[in-house]
Write a protein that binds this ligand. Structure first.
Ligand code: NBG
Length: 810
């Protein structure tokens, strides 16, 4: 049916009547939301069916993106936008006397991820569908999303995020019981000779039913819908009687209960490894089953299937595909291995050692003994093939099993044809340092794919005011093709446009000020600089550097209340991992500093510090459009890429940055004059590592300013932080400040002075802002996924890009 407002209203009322036997005026927001989702889903479902049937008809090669995190946030608005329905639905709701925003707010955030890694996966899914690529996601349907963060007396408290229990539940998923597979875990395995192959015989293994829940990933105006398949662990029907008590059942159901169970203890680690094998095995089994339905020769599977290992968590994909090709399909080891390496590819997302997973051999054996056998065989063959040909120590350093542990990154690299980093500097570091040994062995496997962001969510949806101004300036084609944003560069001298940017930013700041007031009770002045640092709480990201500067400003103002500074509102959003004690102490210190400053009458509006609770995708959508300053201040070399840097520049914030991750590429695009760069470079950081010449205590003892600022952590100036203040103080002084906070402090102060000075010249500021918006197109994830598709997976786009007006039918 043709999509018109009248037709939509008619269908909407009819659907509400069918589902709930209600009129519009009697329905709750949840019922209205559910009805709207149901209409949206019926529209794209027909197309969804065609999409995958077309893949089959055309015999398309398909790729599968395996990730333990997906962080899509809310999907209603993004589906409406991508389907071309957004404005029409808003208008229709208005005509019906309904509040669209209130209804949309009912949707729970799908928070199945921690941070950048999971959000990147979600932006990629949006871009892959919008660019028409045959690529599906594969992950876990956690019953509880990432914890809900609350602050109690300034401390982070974690509450369960029962997103599936909300009235709205997950309206987008389809449970596909018919596509369930069985995952085998635990027990023992013996190999018995049968004909000319070895057959594994399992004893006492646990069988788990993996049930997929599929979520449609709707492409932008192109009638193309991919699948995000999330697996849930259940007890197989035939095994019900083996699990008589609730406790028994929980052993199985807990496998997909929570995201990132606390792995600071053994039982947390065991559960984590189970999760990894569970979704890897379920995903690969279903891919192979699908492949076999339409193709015969498994020794050709790499021509039709690509599998992407997103970070090390799904690295067991290598061993699981080998297991199936060997044990179930009886391919020879050589053939199976050749195909596996061609199918697999791997992205590394961090150089932090803690994130390069290793597992104790006994634990791996306990979770899946057959997988351990296969990994051991891969390791053995790797060592044998290299023996005598290369330096023995290099072999020891690169082999998969060593020191009693299984090294997952080694498995991922050895078992795949491509390893990429996520920004140029990060890839360079992998090649020259972190993975240098592997780079010596397989230089051709390494490549860079700088991250990207979905402009649909981060500009069109999050910042409609800015989107409209851009439409008026360069037309609407940028909505289809982000590269068009560059046309804005022709308008740098258009003072009317620059004024409009001021108005847009102000309106967005007013909107955020309301959220802040509601959440914290603090009134902030929208004329102040909104200075934003939003990202996971981690020592290397240096929220602490920001905090020390805030304390310095506070001390300055206490000393001289008339000091003329440009008023600033510092805004933080960050969760700390539940077992990361130091990060939680930083949260406490920021909160106490905020309370001190926000309640100090002498400071007034010059300084406000806001730490918004429960940072996540939906909150980011409110904060980012309102930001003037983007804090990207990690210790050089530590941030693999960053993506909030890209989202903030797209929304016109100016970046204060170290030369780290993608900041370097942002600088290259906007030019050194349009970004505020400071601090140690990666070379300087590495030099310090080499000559051990950094002594942070000297900075404390010899620099009066640093002395004064650090003392506030321990002398009671900031109240209620006696333990946390000392902990942080010690880390920065006696424990030699791992992340060079003190070393970069003065450079940071100086660059921030430049920020103030520039902000005073609003014309210049807005021009810089415009240049940032225009150049953010270089970081569109549409462009990034094209490179993955052509350079790593070898899949092609199968949907034509629609025009701006190609919507989805009613
Ligand atoms: C994060 C990095 C970020 C990067 C994202 C996406 C993890 C393990 N890594 O710098 O810290 O932008 O991945 O690549 O979450």
């Amino acid at each position: 049916m043709e999509l018109t407002k009248t037709a939509f209203i008619e269908n909407f009322k009819k659907r509400l009547g069918q589902k709930y036997a209600l009129d519009v005026s009697d329905a709750t927001d949840s019922e209205l939301y559910d009805t709207l989702c149901s209409l949206v889903k019926s529209s794209y479902s027909a197309i969804w069916r065609h999409t995958w049937k077309d893949y089959l008809k055309e015999n398309e090669k398909q790729a599968y993106y395996f990730s333990i995190e997906f962080l899509p946030g809310k999907l209603l608005k993004s589906n409406l936008l991508n389907m071309g329905w957004y404005q029409l639905v808003v208008d229709a709701f208005q005509e019906l006397g309904l509040d669209f925003e209130k209804v949309a707010a009912v949707e729970p955030d799908m928070a199945l991820g921690n941070g950048g890694l999971g959000r990147l996966a979600a932006d990629f899914m949006d871009s892959l569908a919008s660019e028409g690529y045959p690529v599906n996601g594969n992950g876990i349907r956690y019953k509880y999303g990432l914890f809900k963060q609350r602050f109690v007396n300034g401390y982070q408290v974690e509450l369960p995020d029962e997103w599936l229990k909300t009235a709205a539940g997950n309206a987008w998923e389809i449970r596909r019981a018919s596509k369930a597979v069985t995952v085998t875990m635990g027990g023992h395995v013996n190999l018995v000779q049968e004909n000319d192959y070895l057959k594994p015989v399992y004893e006492d293994a646990t069988l788990i039913q993996a049930v997929p829940y599929d979520v449609g990933m709707v492409g932008y105006h192109n009638q193309h819908v991919n699948t995000l398949r999330l697996w849930s662990a259940e007890i197989p029907d035939e095994a019900e009687s083996q699990y008589p008590t609730i406790e028994d059942r929980r052993q199985i159901e807990d496998i997909t209960a929570v995201l990132y169970p606390d792995d600071s203890n053994e039982s947390g680690r065991r559960l984590r490894l189970k999760q990894e094998y569970f979704f890897v095995s379920a995903g690969i089994q279903s891919i192979v089953r699908h492949y076999k339905k339409y193709h015969e020769a498994l020794d050709q599977i790499s021509q039709r299937v690509a599998i992407h290992i997103n970070d090390t968590h799904p690295a067991m994909c290598v061993a699981e595909l080998m297991r199936i090709l060997l044990d179930e399909e009886h391919l020879s080891w050589e053939k199976a291995w050749e195909q596996t390496v061609k199918v697999m590819s791997y992205t590394n997302h961090t150089i932090m050692a803690e994130a390069l997973e290793t597992w104790d051999i006994p634990l791996m054996n306990e979770i899946q003994p057959r997988i351990l056998q296969i990994i051991a065989e891969i390791d053995h063959r790797f060592v044998t093939a290299l023996a005598g040909k290369t330096d023995g120590q290099l072999i020891e350093r690169t082999r998969i099993i060593s020191g009693g542990k299984v090294h997952m990154a080694h498995l991922a690299i050895i078992g795949s044809h491509s390893t990429n980093g996520v920004a140029q500097l990060h890839t360079d570091l992998l090649e020259s340092d972190v993975l240098h040994d592997f780079y010596m062995l397989y230089p051709e496997r390494f490549n860079n794919k700088t991250n990207g962001i979905a402009t649909r969510r981060w500009l069109q949806l999050a910042n409609p005011r800015l989107a409209e101004v851009i439409d008026q300036t360069i037309g609407r084609n940028w909505r289809q093709d982000a590269n068009q944003l560059q046309q804005l560069l022709d308008h740098q001298a258009d003072s009317q446009l620059l004024d409009q940017l001021v108005q847009v930013k102000l309106a967005n700041k007013q909107r955020l000020a309301k959220v802040i007031k509601q959440q914290t009770g603090v009134t902030v002045n929208p004329q102040a600089i909104f200075d934003v640092q939003i990202k996971r709480l981690h020592a290397y990201k240096r929220q602490l550097l920001n905090l020390l500067r805030i304390i310095k400003l506070y001390l300055d103002l206490k000393e001289n209340p008339d000091l003329a500074i440009v008023p600033r509102v510092f805004i933080f959003g960050a969760k700390a991992a539940p077992s990361y004690h130091y990060a939680k102490s930083i949260i406490k210190c920021i909160n106490e500093t905020a309370a001190l400053i926000n309640h100090d009458q002498t400071i007034q509006d010059k300084l406000k510090v806001i730490f918004l609770e429960n940072y996540g995708v939906s909150l980011a959508e409110q904060i980012i459009p309102a930001a003037d300053v983007s804090e990207q201040i990690s210790t050089a070399s530590k941030e693999a890429s960053g993506t909030s840097n890209m989202k903030l520049m797209l929304n016109g914030a100016l970046t204060v940055a170290t030369l780290d991750g993608a900041n370097i590429e942002i600088k290259e695009q906007v030019g050194a004059d349009n970004i505020f760069i400071f601090g140690l470079t990666k070379q300087e950081v590495y030099q310090y590592y080499q000559d051990h010449s950094y002594h942070s205590l000297d900075y404390y003892q010899q620099n009066p300013l640093i002395h004064r600022v650090l003392n506030t952590l321990v002398d009671g100036t900031i109240p209620n932080i006696s333990a946390e203040g000392h902990e942080i103080f010690d880390s920065l002084t006696y424990l030699n400040d791992d992340y060079f906070v003190l070393r970069d402090f003065e450079a940071y102060l100086r660059i921030q002075d430049q920020v103030d000075e520039t902000y005073r010249d609003q014309h210049k500021w807005q021009q810089m802002s415009l240049i940032n918006i225009a150049n953010a197109c270089h970081f569109s994830s549409d462009g990034t996924v094209k490179k993955y598709a052509s350079e790593i997976w070898n899949v092609r786009s199968v949907a034509q890009k629609g025009g701006v007006n190609v919507g989805y039918p009613l």
